[in-house]
Structures are given as C-alpha cells and as structure tokens.
Design a protein around this ligand. Structure first.
Ligand SMILES: [Fe+2]
Ligand SMILES: [Fe+2]
Length: 286
C-alpha cells in the first residue's frame, strides 16, 4: 500500500491574543521585536489554509509539517495550531522546530507535545518521545526532534546522542522490513545549508547514521528555502528535500511559499512541487 502526502513546513501561525507583557521578558523580547518588524509581514497564515483547501483535489492521505508551526511557543499560538490541524480534511503529522521550543520554560513544560501529541502518534522505543514511527502500508514516516531552546539570536538544533542511537535502531528495523523510510527533521542535515547560528549541532553524527543505515528520503524545513541536497547512504545517495515556509509571502525564487506532494510506494517516491504565485499554488511536475 502506498502513501500520498503533502509536505509543508515553517507555517509560523501567529496569535498572541491575551499574552501578558511579562511573558516577553526573556528570549521572547528579541523574538517579539522580530515579529513586529518582520515576521508578521513575511508570513500569511491564509496560505496554509489555501493549501489545506486543495487537499481533497490533490487526493493526499496526510499532511506533514516539519516544524516551526508557531513563533514564540506561546499558548495562544499552539491553540491556533491545534484548532487548525484538527480542522484539516486529512490526518496531520508534525514534528517540532526551534520556534516551537523557543524558551526553556516551553521545553520544560513540554508545551509542543501537550498541545500536539495527537499528531505524533506512532511507535516509539521505550518511553522516549522521539523518534516516533508511523507506518502507512509500505511507508514509514520517522519523526525526529532537533528542537532545543537556544540563546537569543541563535536558532540551532540538536538530535542528541540518545535519540541518534534510537534512530539508528529504527532505520535498521524498518529497512529489514523493506519499508520506504521517510525521515522528518526540522533542521537541514547537509553542511553549508544553514549558517553557524542556525545549524544542526550534531549534523556529522546524523550523517554517519544515514551513511550506515540509509533512508529513502529526508524532509526538512527551517531555512525557509526550497533546496535539494543529498547524503551518502550505504546503497548510494539519499535525497534530502528542504521546503520553504508554507506561508511565506516572499517573491524571491526559492523563497516563495511551497509545498510538495509525494507519492511513496514500496519501490519509488515521486514528487510534485507547488509554488505560490501570489494568488494560488501552481504545480511543477518533476
Ligand atoms: Fe522557521
Ligand atoms: Fe526553524
């Protein structure tokens, strides 16, 4: 059985209604300034809704969002995200991004997981939340977290040694079962895609795991750019697809809002890319 799914990322839905001013007296101070100056003008949540409206016509079984669903990890934002995803016409899979674990407090309280656990159901190793595995016929979606709270003006991520060990086990098991493995991770996993203050801290360790066990596809977001790279796997190169923000209003090539539709079967993955042209999402068939 195949899986047809839509991949988007970095939707950064914004709702700060009722947030008292003292909650900005931390790292959010810079984040809040950033939003005031830039973010609220560079993202439009209506584009994500336009995407969801296309789901029935696209015939996808599922929507996948690779992190940064919020901006400042505040409750009204998570509440808006939860309501929006619950109203989606098909089930949704999410993983967290750095903006979803924006402060230490939001990490400590497990805010992302407490609002969005229903979109991350699946198999796990022991009691660890990540990675999780969702089996859809011949396809395994493997959700990895790189989300850590970083210092102001930093947007780094880390998988962590323990999670990498579990990922290794999962990749090995799912390969033995002959599943088409799609790894979901917020940060880019190839050197040079992210700047120093933006990157995945244990990118080399991640690439060693992929070199040993492979994957059929890795999907990420974070840089708000649509980009294709690759990593070396045990049987050849592993495609890595980064997608721009799904709500970006940028007109710059590669930075316009995009989503992909993947058709994954036991032996191949086909992709169609859709780009926002200012009034609608238009298809480009690979
Ligand atoms: Fe983002
Ligand atoms: Fe990000």
């Amino acid at each position: 059985m195949s899986l047809r799914f839509l991949h988007t990322s970095d939707i950064h839905l914004l709702d700060l209604t009722g947030v008292s001013p003292w909650r900005y007296l931390n790292k959010r101070m810079t984040g809040r300034m950033n939003i005031m100056l830039k973010r609220s003008r560079s993202h439009d949540g209506r584009l994500f809704r336009a995407m969801l409206d296309m789901v029935p016509a696209l015939g996808v079984d599922r929507v996948v969002v690779t992190g940064d669903l919020t901006n400042l990890s505040l409750e009204p934002e998570f509440d808006l995200v939860q309501r929006t995803l619950r109203a989606a016409p098909v089930p949704v899979t999410v993983i967290p991004g750095n903006h979803d674990t924006y402060t230490r407090g939001s990490v400590r309280s497990g805010r992302f997981e407490s609002y969005l656990a229903e979109f991350m159901d699946g198999e796990r190793i022991g009691r660890a939340t990540y990675p999780f595995v969702q089996r859809h016929g011949d396809v395994a979606l493997i959700g990895v977290s790189t989300a850590i709270a970083s210092l102001p003006l930093y947007a780094v991520g880390q998988v962590g040694a323990d999670q990498l060990t579990r990922l290794e086990t999962i990749l090995q098991r799912t390969a033995e079962e002959g599943l088409t493995r799609v790894v979901l991770i917020h940060h880019p996993v190839v050197d040079g895609v992210s700047g120093a203050r933006h990157g995945l801290l244990d990118l080399e360790a991640f690439s060693r795991v992929v070199a040993r066990h492979g994957a059929e596809l890795v999907l990420h977001g974070h840089e708000h750019v649509t980009i294709e790279t690759e990593l070396r796997g045990p049987k050849g190169s592993v495609p890595i697809h980064g997608i721009s923000s799904g709500t970006s209003v940028s007109k710059k090539p590669g930075r316009q809002a995009c989503f992909s539709v993947y058709h994954a079967t036991a032996d191949h993955i086909r992709r169609d890319l859709y780009t926002w042209n200012g009034s609608e999402f238009q298809a480009r068939h690979d």
